[in-house]
Design a binder for this molecule. Structure first.
Ligand SMILES: [Fe+2]
Length: 199
């Protein structure tokens, strides 16, 4: 059993790259459990856990890890990672705003999980091996990341641009989901056919 939100540095390996990979394993496990679970309450709990885990992970990457490795890893990979975080944070903000309601909620979480899996693969296949080449104290970097996670869990997350974007549209920014909600099923408007009347 893995330990969610474990930020105790006394006996843990604090290597920043190992910590990021452990985070990746944690969220992938939550995505798998969500896929398998048929219990609505359990699924909601899994979504809550995954969103918190993802927000912690994104914050320490953006504030601590990415700036430390950006110059060496290079603009192309790093900018792509930034944009993947942006999309994930938009979906996270919408999921938090929906609070488990709406018929697109599960689909939105599934799309988030697919995007995050792709992002994780790129980080593990390309970014992290490149970052590893740096002569850097990755244990110290990891300690900073764990300390920041503790602080975020205790004091809460600062508001991010994506949350403001979602709040500004009053949850109406997802145009395909909104259109699907407005549209009546085609057969609801159809008049009964002559054949049907005769029966
Ligand atoms: Fe990331």
């Amino acid at each position: 059993m893995f330990d969610f939100f474990n930020t105790d540095t006394s006996k843990t390996n604090t290597n920043a790259i190992d910590l990021l990979k452990a985070d990746h394993d944690n969220v992938k496990e939550l995505f798998d459990q969500f896929k398998k679970s048929e219990n609505a309450r359990a699924r909601k709990k899994l979504v809550r856990q995954a969103l918190t885990e993802l927000k912690l992970h994104a914050a320490v990457e953006e504030e601590i890890f990415y700036p430390a490795v950006r110059a060496h890893v290079g603009k192309d990979l790093m900018n792509e990672a930034d944009e993947e975080h942006h999309v994930a944070k938009l979906l996270i903000a919408e999921l938090e705003d929906a609070q488990g309601h709406g018929d697109h909620f599960d689909a939105k979480f599934t799309v988030l999980s697919e995007n995050v899996r792709h992002h994780i693969k790129e980080e593990e296949d390309e970014m992290l091996p490149k970052a590893k080449e740096l002569k850097m104290d990755f244990d110290k970097l990891g300690e900073k990341m764990l300390a920041r996670k503790t602080q975020l869990l205790e004091k809460g997350f600062p508001s991010v641009g994506e949350e403001k974007m979602v709040a500004a549209t009053h949850s109406k920014g997802d145009s395909p989901a909104l259109a699907a909600r407005r549209k009546k099923p085609a057969n609801a408007r159809a008049k009964p056919s002559k054949t049907a009347k005769r029966k």
